[in-house]
Design a protein around this ligand. Structure first.
Ligand code: FES
Ligand code: FES
Length: 159
């Protein structure tokens, strides 16, 4: 199949990918080494492929790569500081045991990041609702909800 170019901003840098029209954003990112974006169900069900598209969480398996022309994509790699320091949201997941196998974690972290940008002090219900599209088969979610609360504290301290 003929490939086409798509130009977009990935983690603050302009990139150009050559993709087939049927290639999903998930597959294009992973093909180019962006491996924090995990391939789970590829049916929009598990949320492990979540990225932020213009700041909004989307399941990258449900978006064609060509659809992100001129847009901005953020993945977990883009949250890490230039000095290699984890973002407070990532740090919170480490501190609070919000990670076991880690497969769901990049998606959880990005969804949390987007939630706290919009709502810096979410209630337990708001956290549960925000993360409803991100499935975890390991943690039982308690550690994840604690991580979101800790992330809110760390971000508040930083502000
Ligand atoms: S891999 Fe995209 S939602 Fe499961
Ligand atoms: S930590 Fe394993 S799936 Fe969530």
């Amino acid at each position: 199949m003929t490939k086409r170019e798509v130009h977009f901003t990935l983690n603050g840098r302009s990139v150009t990918y050559e993709v087939e029209p049927r290639t999903t954003l998930l597959r294009a990112l992973r093909h180019h080494g962006v491996t924090s974006v995990k391939r789970g169900c590829e049916e929009g069900e598990c949320g492990t492929c979540t990225v932020l598209l213009d700041g909004v969480p989307v399941k990258s398996c449900t978006v064609l790569a060509l659809e992100v022309e001129g847009r901005s994509v953020l993945t977990a790699e883009g949250l890490v500081g230039k000095d290699g320091k984890l973002h407070p949201v990532q740090q919170a997941f480490v501190e609070e045991g919000g990670i076991q196998c880690g497969f769901c974690t990049p998606g959880m972290v990005l969804t949390t990041y987007a939630l706290l940008k919009k709502n810096p002090d979410p209630s337990e219900d708001e956290i549960r609702l925000a993360l409803a599209g991100n499935l975890c088969r390991c943690t039982g979610y308690t550690g994840i909800f604690r991580s979101v609360k800790r992330a809110a504290e760390l971000l508040k301290d930083q502000a």
